[in-house]
Design a protein around this ligand. Structure first.
Ligand SMILES: CC(=O)SCCNC(=O)CCNC(=O)[C@H](O)C(C)(C)COP(=O)(O)OP(=O)(O)OC[C@H]1O[C@@H](n2cnc3c(N)ncnc32)[C@H](O)[C@@H]1OP(=O)(O)O
Length: 159
């Protein structure tokens, strides 16, 4: 049984409202993580066709702030699988349709979800199929980016 990277592709669009901001009028990290977790879980569920739970999130760097009123676009896709686990890349970018300001990448995180059967036990997931060059490129980039991110974190801890 196989499912494609495209089957999993999920985009979620939010607008940053006051409830999700800090006292500087910028996005709370926890609000962004919540959107990323939901978007990643939807991608994993679309892929597996089963309920999933978040097993882990890798390191998260918030590389640029998101300002009140900006549009937040969260994108997620499956790039690797185990027997019952599903690895998902989640990217976040901010857009301001009211200005000429260019879109900004604000964070990326790699999640692992586990598919569960109706009794809540881990259950096998489909193999990942990449049918186009674009899908293969996304998969390879995610694998490389995850390794690079983990290498960067290890180097920072050693400094
Ligand atoms: C604190 C919170 O609110 S967390 C948010 C919501 N998430 C949850 O509630 C999930 C809570 N955790 C759980 O239910 C369990 O730990 C589970 C379902 C994730 C894993 O259960 P386990 O009994 O460890 O299952 P098991 O040992 O069979 O492993 C199943 C798969 O999970 C993977 N896995 C287990 N723990 C982790 C982890 N911390 N990180 C990544 N993958 C993991 C295993 O590698 C295995 O993958 P594979 O089948 O592809 O080889």
């Amino acid at each position: 049984m196989a499912a494609t990277l495209l089957d999993s592709y999920t985009e979620m669009t939010e607008i940053l409202l006051p409830n999700d901001t800090n006292n500087l009028g910028r996005a709370l990290g926890g609000a962004v993580l919540n959107w990323m977790d939901i978007c990643g879980a939807v991608a994993a569920m679309r892929f597996a066709g089963d309920q999933v739970v978040t097993a882990s999130m890798d390191h998260v760097d918030f590389i640029a702030p998101i300002e009140l009123g900006e549009v937040v676009v969260v994108e997620a896709y499956v790039f690797d699988t185990g027997r019952t686990s599903i690895d998902v890349k989640v990217d976040v970018r901010a857009e301001d349709p009211r200005s000429e300001r260019p879109d900004r990448d604000t964070t990326t995180c790699f999640f692992t979800f586990v598919a569960l059967d109706e009794e809540g036990r881990p259950t096998p997931v489909p193999d990942l199929a990449c049918e186009s060059d674009a899908e293969r490129a996304l998969r390879d980039r995610a694998v490389a980016d995850r390794k690079e991110q983990l290498r960067g974190v290890a180097e920072r801890l050693e400094e």
